[in-house]
Design a protein around this ligand. Sequence first.
Ligand SMILES: C[S@@+](CC[C@H](N)C(=O)[O-])C[C@H]1O[C@@H](n2cnc3c(N)ncnc32)[C@H](O)[C@@H]1O
Length: 324
Amino acid sequence: MTSQPPPDPAGPPPERPKAVHRPVLLDEVVDWLAPREGSVLVDGTAGAGGHTAALARRVGPTGRVVGFDRDPAMLQLARAATEGLPVDLVHAPYSSMREGLESLGIAPGTIDGVVLDLGLSSDQLAWRDRGFSFGTDGPLDMRFDPTSDRPTAADLLAEMSAEDLANAIYEYGEERLSRRIARKIVETRDAGPVTTTAQLADLVRRCYPPKQRHGPIDPATRVFQALRILVNDELAHLDAILAELPEILAPGGRAAIISFHSLEDRRVKWAFRNDDRLSVLTKKPVTATAEETAVNPRARSAKLRVAERWSNQEPIPTPTSPRP
Ligand SMILES: C[S@@+](CC[C@H](N)C(=O)[O-])C[C@H]1O[C@@H](n2cnc3c(N)ncnc32)[C@H](O)[C@@H]1O
């Protein structure tokens, strides 16, 4: 079913730019997870290793941070960023966290903190051969794990019915012109396959009246988000880990989850509120300061929610006021 050969699983080819990703809400995650000497923590989305490294520096030689990622190229960046630190990196989705930890001899129910920084990293966006960006031209791949045999975005665009495409674009992209865009994709593919990011972005833009094509948000944004979520089955992974987190955390252990759109944030909020093994520590989501968004515009839409596994011991002090 997959139409493109997977890239070299050994990682990014040398012409790729160095890590460009800035970890979002880094100080806030560290403050809320409050790692101590000897803590065992998990970063479910290690990426370029920003959060992993910051946490690992605080757990000392007796502690440990386990980082998961679906993307072998990102794990290579994480490996470089965490050299010399007590970090284990695992190539697996965070939804297999329990098995991944067990393979390292770490029992469920013993983890002091879990961080998830959802979505994709600026590095993946910058690598045009990965097909995540509508700003550059590349093959429509969009798999977080290009070594997997899952269908690429191009495969899905070639195979799905207009109705299924419209539903996915509406549901995962919250795109009001989903039907028009799906029809246009089907019309275009009847004349020849849609295989590149530029082709798809152009097709989507042409579904909008000329005046609306050049607003502050590119009309292709929502369709690219929808396809990425679909290709990687992102919400199913999130639902799976949300159901399992309370069993992975030690009593008093915390989960800190950063989401970037309402489909993710709603799930996190609901799961934290409705599991009686957890207590919610952030009544409202923590957002980035003006200083952070000035240097990292990606932080603008970030929402951090934190919950703690019930324990009858003295709670660890939590940050009570926003950082200055
Ligand atoms: C926003 S980046 C994380 C950046 C990281 N916190 C840092 O400081 O560099 C999200 C990462 O999660 C990975 N990812 C997405 N879905 C995943 C999943 N279900 N399991 C594991 N990793 C996933 C992506 O490949 C990407 O590297």
